[in-house]
Write a protein of this length. Structure first.
Length: 221
């Protein structure tokens, strides 16, 4: 009886390389049955028993190159939605409503109260400032109820944060200009040392090395 191992043993390496992979086979089978080929592993916890299960969830991709089964399901669902009238004939355009006369009157009253609050704050009338603040709070509530959205200017705006700049201060002294000449620590040592007379080696050594006889040489330390 011939087994699969015997067949694989008789094949060459090139023939074994040409065989289909198990992952490709499973992917082809999933695409044939319309199953997601790259599901997401989600954790499901039973609140009664505390049991934790890992449940595969379809990816829901709409791209054919990523997951053909999910993309085909999304395309069919969109076809049904268009057939049932789930789509719009025109693009949605949001038209912002114009301010009404009531909105303008309330905002004008608030602006007058803000100006009066600034004047009372300058002269130190705290009682009047509290009364104006209560009136402004009531106006803000009425404006919100009337349909005005957005941020209202506060009576006491917060202080602006101090931004630190990296620019040099004008009153700071200027640093010394850089110099191009830099002194090396050992620059003057060679000049300060004396000159020592070094005699030539023995004539036999000179002939062996191929040197000519000459006088002594002066070599600095």
């Amino acid at each position: 009886m011939t087994t699969t191992g015997d067949l694989l043993g008789r094949m060459t390496r090139t023939q074994r390389t040409a065989l289909p992979l198990s992952a490709d086979t499973a992917r082809a089978l999933a695409e044939q049955h319309g199953v997601c080929i790259r599901p997401l592993a989600m954790r499901r916890i039973d609140t009664t028993t505390g049991r934790i299960d890992i449940v595969p969830v379809p990816c829901g991709s709409t791209r054919q190159d990523q997951c053909p089964p999910c993309a085909d399901k999304a395309r069919r669902l969109r076809m049904v939605q268009c057939r049932e009238g789930w789509h719009l004939d025109t693009e949605p355009v949001t038209d912002r409503a114009k301010p009404s006369e009531e909105h303008k009157e309330l905002m004008a009253t608030r602006a007058d109260l803000c100006a009066a609050y600034t004047e009372c704050r300058a002269i130190g009338d705290e009682v009047t400032c509290e009364q104006i603040a209560e009136s402004v709070a009531e106006l803000d509530t009425e404006l919100r109820a009337a349909g005005v959205r957005g941020r209202f200017t506060p009576l006491d705006p917060p202080p602006k944060p101090v931004k630190r700049s990296t620019r040099r201060r004008q009153d700071a002294p200027r640093p010394p200009p850089p110099t191009n000449r830099t002194a090396h620590p050992g620059a003057g040592i060679r000049r300060a040392l004396p000159t020592v007379h070094v005699p030539d080696p023995h004539p036999r050594l000179l002939r062996a090395r191929g040197h000519r006889r000459g006088g002594g040489r002066s070599r600095p330390l």
